[in-house]
Write a protein that binds this ligand. Sequence first.
Ligand SMILES: NC(=O)c1ccc[n+]([C@@H]2O[C@H](COP(=O)([O-])OP(=O)(O)OC[C@H]3O[C@@H](n4cnc5c(N)ncnc54)[C@H](OP(=O)(O)O)[C@@H]3O)[C@@H](O)[C@H]2O)c1
Length: 293
Amino acid sequence: MRVFVTGGTGLIGSAVVAELLGNGHAVLALARSAASARAAEAAGAEPLRGALADLDVLRAGAAQADGVIHLAFGNDFSSPGALAQSVAEEGAALAALGEELTGSGRPLVTVAGTPWVAGRLSTEADPLPADGPVGGRGRAVTALLGLAARGVRTAAVRMPRTVHNQGAGGFAGLLTGIARRTGVSGYPGDGAQRWPAVHALDAAVLFRLALEQADAGTSWHAVADEGDQVRDIAAVIGRRLGLPVEPVPAETYGPLGAIFAADQPASSARTRQALGWEPKHPSLLEDLENIQP
Ligand SMILES: NC(=O)c1ccc[n+]([C@@H]2O[C@H](COP(=O)([O-])OP(=O)(O)OC[C@H]3O[C@@H](n4cnc5c(N)ncnc54)[C@H](OP(=O)(O)O)[C@@H]3O)[C@@H](O)[C@H]2O)c1
């Protein structure tokens, strides 16, 4: 397939592009800068210049592809306003991509996050949260999945809190960055809350499988580790950086504080069974050993 990929130069997207190219697909990659276009080209993709807000470019990219994988996101968590703007921009982009593919039967695979359910592992059957700081993302993905009824083979590949590679990425990566800046490897609450995780190279395989095989309107969990306690994550970060490991107020994490404080383990049992996905790369706690002081 010729696949239009947004976010193809990111931590997850670069693994997805390599996975697609290594399995006989061609990639057209959205690139918002000259540097991103060069990176896409160096990876073996054809760049298409434009940003997520350029809806005409998104429509043109989808129109000339056999399928779409969407991963681009502003990832600016510095303030509630910045996060809300990224969420709104992504919602408009997904709507434009879905509109372009209506009636085509072509696959449109979007990234999402694993939901959290009090007291148990979340599963592929649980709905995405529609409220809270990232509720808008959940609503946009749920609307996209609804396009299954209008001839788009939509699927959502839900990421756990931390998608990592070489010790970097995701919520654990944010904790590492904050530890470097503040001199404390902190965690919110008592740190017993669990976060699920996956290696980016394993997540990339699941995006390809969903593109190739998933039925319309389905959701999948790219979960390798069902849930590491956050104090265990902070302990490895602190040891690698030579910093004290301590609880800190949830407000330290801005708009993400409430999400960081929640227990949110997740399962991928159905994904493994239905798509034959089997993660093979290092776990989060093993990968964090790659952090350099
Ligand atoms: N990493 C995780 O642990 C994790 C966990 C759950 C969900 N996710 C989600 O997975 C997706 C990918 O995450 P990631 O960690 O790979 O992110 P990342 O490394 O920050 O990469 C983001 C990608 O999106 C592109 N991008 C950002 N804003 C854009 C815009 N306005 N227009 C066009 N392209 C834009 C970036 O392009 P440039 O190269 O030009 O910057 C880059 O290719 C995001 O939706 C993220 O929220 C990630």
